[in-house]
Design a protein around this ligand. Structure first.
Ligand code: EZ4
Ligand code: CO
Length: 403
């Protein structure tokens, strides 16, 4: 019995907001879990502090599965991003504790390494095709084997995922939501030109990815996938929203461009039909937003039956604690595909010192016991919470968009 003695939530903003759960056991071993839900951070902090932590005190930290079931089934109100991020934080912290108690890096407890490292992709973005390709060249020079390309759309003043800041940028950019203008017609004209230019300059070797951020209808997405086939994308991400999982059947019928979906999923039930009908190629559910290591492994196991691989979300709003957890999972499952890796700022890395390292286009979680991430609470306290939102999208006539 490894008794949970105490737990608390730490909110910090070293350039962007992070919510971290710290669980402490009676014999002094502690674990960390990420609970960051971009733009809705304090909702999860309250869920943990007001509703979850009181139920944890006195329990056996070793009973990870039972505690997961207790929090999921016991709440009566199942699923949803707030609930599942809170459960994820508890789950991560408990795995961290168990692996520290075993004096092993977590991936060893998860079955050991299946590969030498976890291939990652970086974000190249620019206002123009030329600028984006130039950014991609920088990533290639750093050793990246896979690069996501997002470019400004001619005729539109701003585009989500295309920022003035290059190597480091934040998806949440305003204390009230900023607004972008969207035109599907302009976008569908621009994207094939970007990838045509990119292949000419970057050649065939490097993997190229693109994120549509749920902006298209299924038939528009089908057309985009088809028009990108000559450039052999590694994947086209979130071409259309997936509340209606059936929608992907139509896209699938029209294009061989591989599909990646699921960064907003919080449960295996969000992905069940997509996986069982083999409507996608990569599942993007993440440790923090999909119920922790325990639940993500369940999703990955289901996906493996259908030859679907993982491609976990890894933007900067997922803290280094989630990144470490994703790396331990990615290293140890048979059907790992790729891991998104938007680099955190120097300020964030200082608040979360970590053992994972980047080399030759891959990350390795390192061999420190547990997750291999710490939280410098004194430094974290110097960065108070600062409200921030993701931008919203409107069509040129003002209609609120995204689908
Ligand atoms: O919009 O992390 O693939 N990456 C993405 C990200 C997400 C943000 C949401 O919080 O789509 O930029
Ligand atoms: Co995305």
């Amino acid at each position: 019995m490894l008794k949970i003695k105490d737990a608390r939530v730490v909110v910090t903003c070293p350039g962007r907001n992070f919510v971290t759960l710290r669980i402490e056991t009676a014999d002094g071993v502690y674990g960390l879990g990420d609970a960051t839900l971009n733009g809705r951070e304090l909702a999860v902090a309250s869920y943990l502090t007001d509703h979850v932590i009181p139920c944890l005190i006195g329990r056996d930290a070793h009973q990870i599965e039972d505690i997961w079931q207790y929090l999921y089934k016991g709440a009566y109100w199942r699923r949803g991003p707030v609930t599942m991020s809170a459960i994820a934080a508890v789950d991560m912290a408990l795995w961290d504790i168990k692996a520290k108690a075993a004096n092993m890096p977590l991936y060893q407890l998860l079955g050991g390494a299946c590969r030498t490292g976890v291939m990652v992709y970086g974000h190249a973005n620019g206002q123009t095709v030329e600028e984006t390709v130039e950014e991609a060249l920088k990533y290639r020079a750093m050793g990246y084997k896979a690069i996501r390309l997002q470019s400004g759309v001619p005729g539109l003043p701003s585009t989500y995922g295309v920022s003035k800041d290059k190597m480091f940028y934040e998806p949440a950019d305003g204390s009230l939501p900023t607004e972008n203008v969207w035109s599907t017609a302009k976008y569908l004209r621009a994207v094939p030109q970007l990838f045509e230019a990119a292949r000419l300059v970057l050649g065939e070797e490097v993997h190229l990815l693109h994120d549509v951020h749920h902006r298209l209808t299924p038939i528009e997405a089908a057309r985009l996938g088809k028009s990108l086939e000559p450039y052999r994308l590694f994947w086209m991400e979130d071409p259309t929203p997936a509340e209606n999982q059936e929608a992907f059947r139509l896209i699938r019928q029209h294009t061989t461009t591989p599909l990646a979906v699921g960064e907003v999923f919080n449960s295996i039930w969000d992905a069940k039909d997509l996986i069982q009908n083999q409507l996608i190629d990569y599942i993007r559910a993440t440790v923090v937003h999909a119920g922790g290591i325990t639940h993500l492994r369940r999703i990955a196991n289901l996906a493996d039956l259908y030859q679907i691989r993982t491609g976990c979300h890894g933007a900067t709003d997922l803290s280094p604690v989630t990144m470490a957890a994703a790396l331990h999972v990615g290293l140890s499952i048979p059907n790992f595909g790729i891991q998104e890796y938007m680099r955190h700022t120097v300020e964030t890395d200082a608040v979360f010192p970590h053992a994972y390292t980047f080399q030759d286009g891959s990350l390795h979680p390192g061999d420190a016991p547990g997750l291999g991430v710490d939280l410098d609470e004194a430094l974290a306290a110097k960065y108070p919470y600062s409200r921030a939102f993701l931008p919203v999208n409107r069509l040129e006539d003002g209609t609120l968009h995204s689908w």
